[in-house]
Design a protein around this ligand. Structure first.
Ligand code: KG4
Ligand code: ZN
Length: 340
């Protein structure tokens, strides 16, 4: 079987063609990063319009890259939750139209589950049951994943997502969007212990939730004192900026490592899968590996290319298709955010 997967939840328009044996025949990602750069974040209305322009060329390109014609497709899958409403609707409408026209099944993908499934795909072996942690621009969540079809939410952020905190802090430090890679880069020159920023719920063993908005505010006060209306990173030296970035990153990483380890203990599981854009962070990857060695659990982190949004991770649709979980053509878009 060959399945076309579509991804348009946020600001990447992506398509992939994957076989039922999880072979990736083709993958195309059209990023909108440059379109949103000058706003310091994704502008939903611009994102949905850009998806409309890009979705058909991206589908066309992936069929050519894979050497597979539309008529050879056995199913069409699409991420329909969570994400930006207008963005989701573009991928969903394209997928429904194709499924109807080709007379093949439509499969709905949960974007967060797909981020975790990227680990299964890259591992080339079964990773379930596992604890799945998604750290992306819109979400920071922990799941107990019994099978690729069963995701039970264990904890989530009560305010900002980890990636959102990276993006907002980057903006305060005068760094380009998306903020994660920019902060990671300058943090390499900084001292992680220069500032003691807050680590929410770190020592509360009863909670698997996250909170990053206090951390973001603490960084703001480091750049501009409470009460000041403007934030001007130009008053800080390069070393000061690097120290703030490194200390901020360390606070996020401390919490993510501690909570994922706690989730494993609480769930009684020995495998951790980590996906989402923030999983591309080098410091986080190193610290997760250190924790896995220390506690003796199996660790799968999505490979760099599959951390940020892509359609390859939509391979989870094959699991749904095999289980007969076919969507009706009235499948709706559910923007979320998916919180407890
Ligand atoms: O998964 P993703 O591409 O989109 C969503 O589903 O949200 O994640 C994007 C997020 C952005 O907030 C970006 O700043 C962050 O992932 N990110 C990183 C890194 N690369 C991307 N955060 C930290 N370190 C990175 N290297
Ligand atoms: Zn994502």
């Amino acid at each position: 079987m060959k399945i076309l997967t579509l991804e348009s939840t946020c600001d990447e328009t992506a398509a992939a063609i994957i076989t039922d044996r999880l072979e990736v025949l083709g993958s195309v990602v059209a990023s909108q990063a440059r379109l949103h750069e000058r706003f310091g974040g994704v502008v939903p209305e611009l994102a949905s319009r850009a998806h409309v322009e890009r979705i058909l060329p991206v589908i066309d390109e992936v069929t050519r890259a894979a050497g597979v014609s539309l008529a050879e497709l056995d199913a069409v899958a699409v991420a329909h939750t969570p994400g930006l409403a207008g963005s989701l609707l573009v991928g969903l409408s394209a997928a429904k139209s194709l499924a109807l026209a080709l007379g093949v099944p439509l499969v709905g993908i949960n974007h967060l589950q797909a981020h975790i499934y990227a680990c299964r795909l890259a591992a080339g072996e079964d990773v379930f049951p596992c604890v799945g942690m998604v750290v992306s621009g819109g979400h920071s969540s922990l799941y107990r994943c019994a099978t690729p079809l069963e995701f039970e939410l264990l904890g989530t952020t009560i305010d900002d997502a980890a990636g959102e905190a990276f993006d907002k802090v980057a903006s305060m430090l005068g760094l380009p969007f998306p903020g994660g890679p920019a902060i990671g880069k300058i943090a390499e020159q900084g001292r992680a212990d220069a500032h003691r920023f807050p680590r929410s719920f770190l020592h509360d063993d009863t909670r698997l939730d996250f909170s990053f908005s206090g951390l973001k505010t603490a960084v703001r006060y480091q750049v501009a004192p409470p009460g000041s209306a403007t934030v001007d990173p130009a008053v800080l030296s390069e070393q000061q900026l690097a120290d703030i970035a490194a200390s901020f990153q360390e606070a996020v990483v401390d919490v993510l490592v501690a909570k994922s380890t706690l989730a494993l203990r609480k769930a009684g599981l020995r495998t951790l899968c980590v996906g989402g854009g923030v999983a591309a962070n080098r410091r986080l990857r190193a610290r997760l590996e250190e924790a896995a060695r220390q506690h003796g659990h199996r660790l799968f982190i999505a490979p760099m290319a599959l951390c940020t949004d892509n359609a390859v991770m939509g391979a989870i649709a094959i699991e749904r298709l095999k289980a007969g979980l076919i969507a009706d053509l009235d499948l709706d878009a559910f923007p979320g955010p998916l919180r407890a």
